[in-house]
Design a protein around this ligand. Structure first.
Ligand code: 13P
Ligand code: SF4
Length: 328
């Protein structure tokens, strides 16, 4: 049985007409997974229905580890472009699909390759540690990749006398400097979502609900991080809410993660940290471009596919492998 979806619901795929979509998208995606021998990897910032159909849901490190170890023939990446790109770099001979090719990242965009090459040239002798939220070109110019869950651990393994460039997120970089006591040369990039939270509103909310704990992602600005009881990657935040004895949390990261928090501990309350404006700008507009419909269509049509120039792919692989080794 088929229903139709309007261009309004499915804007990126419609060029002057309607598409037929199966009524049971969950069932159709499950069947395509079998036909293609595909694995669906999803980040916690995806819509809840995408999380519910995924074979694996995780933070950037967990997703990279899954991509590195899967024996599926096709990787369907429900996340943003740099994540799917990382999966392709790890699997040059596999088909890697991204439901919406326009799902980018403001943080990755804040570090253009030409400007970064000049920055690197101005700091000879520096080792380049780049946060995974960057393009394949930036990865190809880096020595080691890190994620928010292993950045501190990786910097701690680098000899003390080795100068380091940390790119592209200045907030994570500052946090790592505090945690390690190391002096890092920071690229001044940032994430539009994590810089949207209002310190004043978060503090007011906590005064109104004194039983809550504030938990935050290290991509948040220092003004927010200084009020946090716990700081960590999305997986670390999820795990923390399960072991804390507090009944409620103010969650300073993209609110997609709350779906898993609520599932893991339904008796607890999770309050999305308020943004500065009266907007939904704490939702990542890039992550949210993916929909269940686009996930189905990309599997049905085997596109959009992630492709990369061979030299970039080869150069970007080394620093990712280095990260995977140093994270063991
Ligand atoms: P993690 O899931 O690795 O914590 O990263 C958060 C993020 O911003 C992904 O874009
Ligand atoms: Fe990029 Fe920020 Fe969106 Fe993560 S939440 S994908 S860092 S824009």
């Amino acid at each position: 049985m088929f229903t139709t979806v309007s261009s309004h619901q499915n804007p990126s795929r419609v060029s002057g007409g309607f598409y037929d979509l199966p009524a049971d998208l969950f069932g159709a995606i499950a069947a395509l997974k079998q036909d293609l021998n595909a694995i669906v990897l999803a980040h916690y910032y995806q819509d809840p229905d995408i999380q519910d159909i995924a074979d694996y849901i995780g933070d950037s490190l967990g997703l990279s580890q899954q991509a590195a170890s899967t024996d599926a023939d096709v990787i369907v990446f429900a996340g943003v472009h740099f994540m799917a790109e990382t999966a392709k770099i790890l699997n040059p001979h596999k088909l890697v699909l991204l439901p919406d090719l326009a799902a980018g990242c403001s943080l990755a965009d804040s570090c253009p390759p030409d400007a970064f090459a000049a920055f690197k040239a101005a700091h000879p002798d520096h080792l380049v540690v780049s946060y995974i939220n960057c393009t394949a070109e930036i990865k190809a110019m880096s020595d080691i990749i890190c994620t928010s869950s292993n950045a501190v651990k990786i910097i701690q393994q680098i000899p003390d006398d080795q100068p380091i460039i940390f790119a592209p997120d200045r907030n994570l970089g500052r946090y790592v400097m505090e945690q390690t006591g190391r002096d890092l040369v920071l690229w001044q990039g940032s994430c539009m979502v994590h810089e949207t939270f209002s310190e004043r509103k978060i503090v007011e909310l906590q005064i109104q609900h004194p039983e809550t704990e504030i938990i935050a992602h290290p991509e948040c600005e220092p003004a927010v991080l200084r009020h946090a009881h716990y700081i960590g990657s999305t997986t670390a935040l999820l795990n923390y809410t399960q072991r804390s004895d507090r009944p409620s949390f103010i969650v300073a990261t993209e609110p997609g993660i709350i779906h898993q928090m609520q599932k893991a501990t339904p008796q607890k309350q999770f309050i999305p940290a308020p943004p500065m404006n009266q907007c939904a700008c704490n939702e990542c507009p890039h992550m949210r471009l993916n929909t269940l419909e686009k996930l189905y269509l990309c599997m049905r049509d085997r596109q959009p596919e992630i492709t990369l120039p061979a030299d970039t792919q080869t150069a970007a692989l080394k620093p990712i492998q280095r990260m995977l080794e140093l994270s063991r």
